[in-house]
Ligand binder design. Structure first.
Ligand code: FEO
Length: 391
């Protein structure tokens, strides 16, 4: 148990053994499942729980605390998995959530008794400390909400403002080097929350009326000293705003499409672009590709034709971008083929189906090896994208 502010403690856990979050997203630096205890003079509340395999650590960290309430800001099982065990340990503990939360509690865990349904703006008096609930749906599930403690100007934010990466000794950002967590925040946001930028914006606008000195998410550090910086990252990401730079994602079976990627990158540098990230979609995990695509304002996709269609690893990346409803990028496309010129056509079609860009997409295409004409097209494509991303 570690104090965040007076009467509010961290009791969360680190998970350094799960390989992939949601069985999808790599966790090379682990992940934390954050849980907190708020001690009023009359009652004690636990805010969010942990994943089922971490119950023992959670109970140990609680150090004998006897919660009267368990507030559930988010029901995804990385936080709610411990609920049945907690209910057994603390049968008197009332589970607090909104109507959607409690429906999930019933359907996941068969629990319907000793629950308290709260509405938007409602408060729970713990004695000297108040919990005020703000419904913030679709960050990134329908039941998501946040809990504010006005007396401490502290907001429990659920997954919002969270990041991958287990905690390294300390909990609050003031006590650590936050630099390893920033890329992990981009990755977490783009992988998990990215589709729901509009809802994140709604929540940010709704919570503008409160003053928060502490943001306590369900993953990663508590933000205090860097609260403004972190909020600005979140605000920018959820508006799909990005910094100048170009991500080149390509697939290549025998090196010809790859040669085009290198040519384009070389020209981008000559045009003055400094942030360039090249990903071979067959080898870089999608998690990291998405993270860079959310970070930079230029995106160039290339692939060979495969079975009269698009090379599968690149198609998977495009589908992932489409699902996330990414907006406002400067995009280009390139492709290669031997007898069926399908890949470039398919990339352009998918890009145009998205609301990713409003302008014509510059392209380059080659048949078999990289032709002189294709080289000229690659240079021209790079010049056009460079001019836009740097404008
Ligand atoms: Fe951390 Fe959406 O669960």
């Amino acid at each position: 148990m570690r104090e965040i502010v007076s009467c509010i403690d961290y009791v969360g856990v680190n998970d350094r053994t799960t390989q992939k979050f949601e069985a999808l997203w790599p966790l090379p630096q682990g992940v934390s499942y954050n849980s907190y205890i708020v001690r009023g003079s009359k009652c004690t509340a636990m805010i969010d729980a942990v994943e089922i395999s971490q119950c023992e650590h959670l109970l140990k960290n609680m150090n004998g605390a006897q919660p009267d309430y368990l507030v559930i800001n988010h029901m995804e099982p990385d936080h709610s998995g411990a609920i049945p065990v907690l209910r057994k340990y603390f049968p008197q503990m009332t589970i607090v959530g909104n109507i959607k939360t409690l429906d999930m509690v019933k359907n996941y865990y068969g629990i319907e008794d000793n629950v308290l349904k709260i509405a938007d703006g409602e408060e729970l008096d713990l004695g000297g400390l108040t919990l005020r609930f703000y419904l913030t749906p679709m960050i990134h599930w329908p039941e998501t909400m946040m809990t504010y403690v006005p007396e401490r100007k502290l907001l429990f934010t659920g997954d919002a403002f969270g990041c991958f990466g287990a905690l390294n000794g300390a909990v609050t950002d003031s006590d650590i080097d936050i630099s390893p967590y920033i890329p992990e925040m981009y990755r977490y946001y783009s992988n998990i929350v990215g589709k729901y930028g509009t809802f994140v914006q709604k929540a940010i606008n709704k919570l503008n009326c409160i003053e928060a000195n502490y943001l306590c998410p369900t993953h990663g550090p508590v933000w205090h000293e860097n609260l403004r910086y972190i909020s600005s990252i979140y605000n920018r990401l959820s508006k799909y705003e990005a910094e100048p730079g170009v991500v080149i994602v390509y697939g290549s079976m025998y090196g010809n499409t790859e040669d085009m990627a290198e040519l384009i990158a070389d020209q981008l540098v000559q045009e003055g672009v400094r942030n360039i990230r090249i990903h071979n979609a067959s080898y870089t995990d999608l998690s990291y590709i998405l993270s860079d695509i959310f970070k930079y304002n230029g995106l160039i996709i290339g692939a060979p034709t495969y079975s009269n269609g698009l090379y599968p690893p690149v198609e998977a990346v495009l589908n992932a971008i489409k699902v996330r409803e990414l907006k406002n990028r400067y995009v280009g496309a390139f492709g290669s083929f031997t007898w069926a010129p399908q890949s470039l056509k398919r990339i352009k079609t998918i890009l145009q189906e998205m609301s990713l860009c409003t302008e014509d997409i510059p392209t380059a295409e080659t048949k078999c090896g990289v032709s002189d004409t294709a080289k000229v097209q690659c240079i021209s494509l790079a010049k056009e994208i460079a001019a836009k991303v740097l404008s």
